[in-house]
Design a protein around this ligand. Structure first.
Ligand SMILES: Nc1ncnc2c1ncn2[C@@H]1O[C@H](COP(=O)(O)OP(=O)(O)OP(=O)(O)O)[C@@H](O)[C@H]1O
Ligand SMILES: [Mg+2]
Length: 382
């Protein structure tokens, strides 16, 4: 789902019968040849220059008069010329070994796959395929369900944003730690019977590292599971998430969708209520991300990439609601937001510092004095 929805649309539309639409094929055993693909520049979320907006939007009247299959067949994903004329796309075979998030109507489809490169000497490897197939995006607008949404546009926006973010992070050597390793953007061809004729359609996807761990969403919202983890572990994980987020910003990518469903802990917590080591924390899902250097001038200039150090998480998250983290957050924070700010201060502002006067100039100057303290790897506070 992209953040570009019109939140106030009325309407009485229902998706028409779509006899040509095949069942979602992305099940274990699904196999297809894939080809490396150069994604078009990111667009469509309002952060990128209007001049880069390449698509003639399908009108609302048109969306209401056709099936999802017709929409997909008449609006194929765009091609983009490779920068280098010598670009020779890699070829491989993909076989789905396990579904991760597969459901008609959910948006992108995620599956664990075996990738067998066709180039001699390259070994098969496992990866997660994030497949942006508009045929299995929800034709109903998720925000205003009695209206259609242009799934071809949504899938293309997601693909271009996700590929741009990973590509940028990979180039800067920032994948493989708090972002998954990135194995490139790809395309494949699927047959479909349309208007009585078998045709071919292109589907885009990215391949990323499989993070063998536990998604934080399930832990945050199960009170028993969350509270079984020692508070020092929960807060250590939270600190690592906030730290990762500002480091991504400093690397030039603002992920824009910080939520437990987009965080994986690898490994997941051990079944103990005692303190335990903080695992690798990985932020996934860059479909809403902004790559600063490709964004509009005003977004670029407000970005946090320029300084020598990442922005201090204390400043960035000072007033940022963390309610999405459910039971992972101490309940005392719900009653008094100062508790969260005191924790931020302790965690990122230098240990053993006074905690009085937690706002305004006195805090700023206090924090500036803390610059270079134990953690020492953050820059601007506010
Ligand atoms: N690299 C990965 N390794 C393991 N699991 C993953 C990986 N990427 C995604 N997942 C799982 O699949 C789920 C959906 O992935 P992702 O968030 O990228 O898709 P999405 O469609 O953009 O999600 P949503 O819009 O629901 O946030 C994640 O919540 C996570 O549980
Ligand atoms: Mg997600």
């Amino acid at each position: 789902m992209n953040p570009n929805h019109d939140w106030n649309r009325g309407g009485t539309w229902s998706p028409p019968t779509d006899a040509e639409k095949p069942l979602c094929p992305y099940k274990p055993g699904f196999t297809v040849d894939i080809k490396e693909h150069v994604p078009p520049p990111p667009f469509g979320t309002g952060y990128y220059p209007v001049g880069d907006w390449p698509y003639d939007r399908v009108t609302d009247a048109m969306l209401r008069s056709i099936t999802q299959t017709e929409l997909v067949m008449t609006n194929p994903p765009r091609e983009c010329k490779p920068m280098a004329s010598s670009f020779a796309p890699a070829l491989a075979n993909l076989t789905i070994t396990e579904g991760i998030a597969i459901k008609d109507g959910r948006g992108s489809q995620l599956a664990l796959c075996r990738i067998s490169p066709k180039s001699p000497g390259q070994q098969p490897f496992s990866a997660v395929a994030k497949i942006f197939d508009p045929l299995y995006y929800s034709f109903r607008d998720k925000v205003a369900p009695s209206n259609p949404t242009d799934v071809t546009f949504d899938a293309e926006v997601d693909y271009c944003s996700e590929a741009a973010a990973y590509e940028h992070l990979r180039r800067g050597g920032r994948t493989g730690s708090f972002a998954p390793s990135y194995y490139g953007s790809w395309t494949f061809t699927l047959p479909i019977r349309h208007e009585g004729v078998v045709r071919q359609r292109q589907v885009r996807m990215v391949l990323i590292e499989h993070i063998n761990g536990v998604c934080l969403h399930g832990l945050c919202w199960d009170k028993q599971l969350a509270l079984r983890c020692h508070e020092s572990y929960r807060l250590g994980v939270l600190a690592a998430i906030l730290d990762a987020y500002v480091k991504l910003m400093h690397a030039g990518v603002e992920q824009m969708d910080l939520a437990p469903r987009n965080v994986i802990l690898a490994p997941g917590p051990q079944d103990t209520s005692a303190p335990q080591p903080i695992p690798r924390v990985v932020i996934i899902d860059y479909a809403w991300a902004v790559v600063y250097h490709r964004a509009k001038e005003e977004v670029k200039s407000a970005s946090w990439q320029a300084g020598k150090f990442p922005r201090n998480p204390m400043g960035y998250f000072w007033n940022y609601p963390l309610d999405d983290f459910g039971y992972w957050i101490p309940s005392a924070w719900d009653e008094n937001r100062r508790r969260k700010q005191e924790w931020l201060m302790k965690e990122f502002g230098g240990r053993g510092k006074p905690t009085t006067k937690l706002c305004g100039r006195s805090l700023t100057s206090l924090l500036h004095r803390c610059l270079g303290s134990e953690k020492g790897s953050w820059g601007h506070f506010w």
